[in-house]
Design a protein around this ligand. Structure first.
Ligand code: GSH
Length: 221
């Protein structure tokens, strides 16, 4: 049995879960018993972050590496195209999401959690996000998924990131980043009504709401 340490409220864990579900794998998802910084969890993942995947002898941190492992270990149904060139294009999209699209999202989430939000920082993050999207779109395929007619690892990277840009950052109107190009606006509309992607978006929303309630209770308690 595979274990994924994480929660759908984490974009990185959601990405690993999305890949595992697409492959129809049986897995258990849970948060580490003693917390992310417990000795037991740090022995599995010294970075003390989620997700961590445990599959028999294999223990892996880092959502991108977990997804690549799942693709190698459980190749069907495939989350990468058939040719080497196309596989690389898909890997490149995932990398652009990690290195360039996510940082401004993260900056906006930090603003959301501070008492005195800094409008200039929010606008700078939106501008940075729009530029990252422009670069992403340069490499995206014809669609309707991030690459072409099949869902790939690039969609697994993009879905949780766009999820956070939408409802959770509504008060900053961060959806402007998604809507800054027709290709990404269309992709987001498409994936939310997709038979596989739609329920994943819903799971992220439910988990985030539960996380928010727990966080609010801790603040007031
Ligand atoms: N690069 C990592 C990022 C993982 C990450 O930052 N996870 C967050 C949750 S969304 C976490 O565990 N944060 C706890 C911490 O940094 O202490 C990945 O792709 O898996």
């Amino acid at each position: 049995m595979i274990t994924i340490y994480g929660s759908m409220a984490s974009p990185w864990a959601a990405r690993a879960v999305m890949a595992a579900k697409y492959k129809g794998l049986a897995f258990d998802m849970k948060l580490p018993d003693g917390g992310l910084k417990s000795d037991a969890y740090l022995a599995l993942n010294p970075m003390g972050k989620i997700p961590t995947l445990v599959d028999g002898e294999i223990t892996l941190p880092e959502s991108d590496i977990i997804c690549q492992y799942l693709e190698d270990r459980y190749p069907e149904p495939a989350l990468l195209p058939a040719t080497a060139t196309e596989r690389n294009q898909v890997r490149l999209l995932s990398r652009i999401v990690d290195l360039y699209v996510w940082p401004p999202v993260s900056a906006m989430l930090r603003q959301m959690l501070t008492k005195n939000t800094d409008e200039a920082k929010i606008e700078a993050a939106i501008a940075e996000g729009c530029q990252a999207i422009e670069h992403l779109v340069h490499f995206m395929g014809p669609g309707p998924y991030a690459w072409s007619e099949n869902l790939t690892l690039a969609d697994c990277a993009l879905l949780p990131t766009f999820f956070f840009l939408d409802a959770p950052l509504e008060n900053m109107n961060a959806v402007r980043i998604i809507d800054s190009t027709p290709r990404t606006a269309d992709w987001w509309a498409y994936i939310r009504q997709d038979a596989f992607g739609g329920p994943i978006v819903e799971e992220c929303a439910v988990a985030l709401e539960a996380f928010r309630k727990r966080f609010a209770n801790r603040q007031s308690g």
